[in-house]
Write a protein that binds this ligand. Structure first.
Ligand code: GLY
Length: 431
């Protein structure tokens, strides 16, 4: 069996690792992949948004399955292109991926379907947008409507910051076409958590809960990143929250999509803000989260292919998804300077030592091969992921592995899972 994984981040290495370990032992291809995926199979040279290149490779090589990782090819319609050629694809079609591709569309669906989320308005005129933020007050959230490589969201603490974000997007085209329309949302208070759900068009199977850490520095300080670490499960998602997410978030969203003739098949990521056991949707993503995937798939018990096939064939069931009792942690190591400018090409040392730590896998993100050396090639470089009998055990293994790895300028947060540790009465401070 041949599987092609599209993408080159930590999420894609994790998906490729999980699929490579399936009982059927498939042959794995990744495009473009990274130094980690190269250890599992063959990296191809097509970029994730090279729809024509990927289509042509699939036409020649007829993979049994294509798993699309990132949002950009999904929103560009890679699923539709490949399915038209008779290829089996895991990932939503272009119309369904609009839940991530357009923040306005996602908000419209939520409003029409009665999904809990913050109040919002959409603007293309900067003066009207600025007048709206003056009326609503701060803090307030300004989002570029389209895909902006994770950079299109400003949580403005003041009216001045909000107005600057509006003018950056609408007047100075800071996000190109993606920011030619902005969605302005009320700020939500609470604690964030992530739920990923597999959906086969009808049935929803929610995966284990997790919590990401978006800010670059400890105690959630500094600029936002793609995610500095995650753990699973996240107990903020208690039984009451779980049921509300299932019914009020996924149930109502799917019903509204269906009412509009859109079928969602793939994974749908709900970024949630939870307060007093009430979840509200901060964002939808049409893909697995990164680094949530590392923490969540580490806990997946058994094969993942039956569930992926269930999504594609429309016969997904709860029994296809089982969890280990363990807790997991993923600590992301980044290149110095990230999320600003950072160096590339620095050699990464001691990966074998880290991988030899019990119950630990080093997932690669921004890495590449330079001869026989593994070098840095992106801002988020590695996601060191460990399983433990409990959260402290998982943390201890993950940080032992992290501390054994070195590369020039390596940086990571020491406080991944700090909220959960506090809930456990174990303030976690490794400094
Ligand atoms: N961890 C955030 C995301 O995947 O969008």
């Amino acid at each position: 069996m041949k599987i092609l994984v599209v993408g080159n981040g930590g999420r894609e290495h994790t998906l490729a690792w999980k699929l490579a370990n399936d009982t059927v032992k498939p042959e794995i291809f990744c495009t473009p992949g990274n130094a980690g995926t190269a250890t599992l199979g063959t990296n191809l040279s097509y970029g994730a948004t090279d729809l024509e290149g990927i289509r042509s490779w699939c036409a020649d090589n007829r993979p049994d399955l294509v798993v699309i990782g990132p949002e950009a090819p999904l929103c560009a319609g890679l699923t539709d292109v490949l399915e038209a050629d008779g290829i089996r694809v895991f990932g939503p079609c272009k119309a369904a991926a609009e839940l991530e591709g357009s923040k306005q569309f996602a908000k419209e669906i939520m409003k029409a379907g009665g999904v809990p989320t913050s109040a919002y308005e959409t603007f293309t005129d900067p003066d009207a947008a600025c007048a709206y933020v003056r009326e609503r007050g701060a803090p307030i959230v300004i989002k570029a409507d389209g895909l902006a490589a994770g950079k299109g969201v400003t949580v403005a603490e003041t009216i001045e910051q909000a107005e600057a974000a509006i003018r950056d997007a609408l007047e100075d085209s800071a996000f190109g076409d993606a920011g030619s329309r902005v969605v302005i949302e009320d700020f939500l208070e609470g604690e964030e958590a992530s739920i990923l759900a597999l959906i086969d068009g009808e049935h929803v199977v929610m995966l284990a809960s997790s919590q990401d850490h978006k800010r670059i520095f400890e105690k959630d300080q500094g600029p936002n990143t793609g995610g500095m670490g995650a753990y699973s499960p996240a107990s903020i998602v208690n039984d009451a929250v779980w049921e509300k997410v299932r019914d009020e978030v996924y149930g109502r969203t799917l019903a509204e999509l269906k009412r509009r003739g859109i079928t969602y098949k793939g994974v749908l990521y709900a970024g949630l803000m939870i307060k007093n056991d009430q979840p509200s949707v901060v964002e939808f993503n049409c893909r697995f989260g990164d680094p949530e995937t590392q923490a969540v798939l580490a806990r997946w018990d058994g094969d993942m292919l039956p569930a992926i096939n269930g999504v594609i064939d429309g016969n997904l069931s709860d029994e296809m998804v089982q969890w280990k009792d363990n807790h997991s942690v993923c600590v992301v190591m980044v290149a110095g300077g990230y999320p600003g400018d950072y160096a590339k090409g620095d050699e990464i040392e001691n990966l074998d030592t880290a991988n030899a730590v019990d119950d630990t896998v080093v997932f690669h993100a921004g890495t590449a091969l330079d001869g026989d050396k593994v070098v840095t090639a992106g801002g988020r470089v590695l996601g060191i992921t460990s399983l433990g009998r409990d959260l402290p055990d998982a943390l201890s293994k993950a940080y032992i592995a992290v501390e054994s790895i070195s590369f020039n300028g390596a940086f990571y947060r020491n406080d991944i899972a700090h909220r959960e540790m506090k809930r456990l009465g174990m303030d976690f401070n490794k400094e």
